[in-house]
Write a protein that binds this ligand. Sequence first.
Ligand code: MF3
Ligand code: CO
Length: 240
Amino acid sequence: MRQAGRLAADVLAEIGRFIKIGQTARQVNGFAENLIREKGGEPVFIGYRGYRYATCVSVNHEVVHGIPGERVLAEGDIVSVDVGVRLNGYCGDCAYTFALGKISPKADKLLRTGREALKAAIRQARAGRRLGDVSHAVEALAEKHGFSVVRDLYGHGIGRDLHEDPLVPNYGKPGEGVELKAGMALALEPMLNTGGWRIRTLPDGWTVVTEDGGLSCHFEHTVLITEKDPEVLTWSKTKM
Ligand code: MF3
Ligand code: CO
């Protein structure tokens, strides 16, 4: 799982260097798919419930699962890219919301809070804590900064399959839910909105957007629970 996590992380970091104003989402996806395969991995999203792309590219009010099409990325966009790979039988899953050029102060605050929310979740990912501790950490941080947390989509266990038990909500009560144990791997993935938490799916059957048109961000790491500190498996030496 370390190898799969590292691959997913390296690909996401390379996307961060590649993504630019004027490119299409499809180009970003193509770049990522080639890289995954070059490095011996398999794009695990392809074929997942009929999805046909290696990545999801979700722009501005799109929350997640954006289909990478001909949309041209523009100055001021915030672009969430989600990457999933399988390598040697195990999966790695991570996502990052990139800022293109100069973004609004509100978007900037959203991204900073989203990154902090993921860090807060990771800090709770320890043996002996409960799932609700992780969930609550995200919710508390988001609300402190005036943002809402998407309630209908979740993080998840991860291993040989992309999605395994348990579901990991981004809201909840401390001390509730299953106890975390060393050896569990979780994909922690807060999704924060500037407006309300409600979402809907576009007629393409995939793209999830905010109901009120507010901006949304998505940050995800695959994290291993250990006897000591949590180990972020989708950590890359290459800087974002
Ligand atoms: N990466 C998403 C997740 O974190 C799943 C993507 S759905 C897919 O759970 F269809 F694109 F695979
Ligand atoms: Co995931």
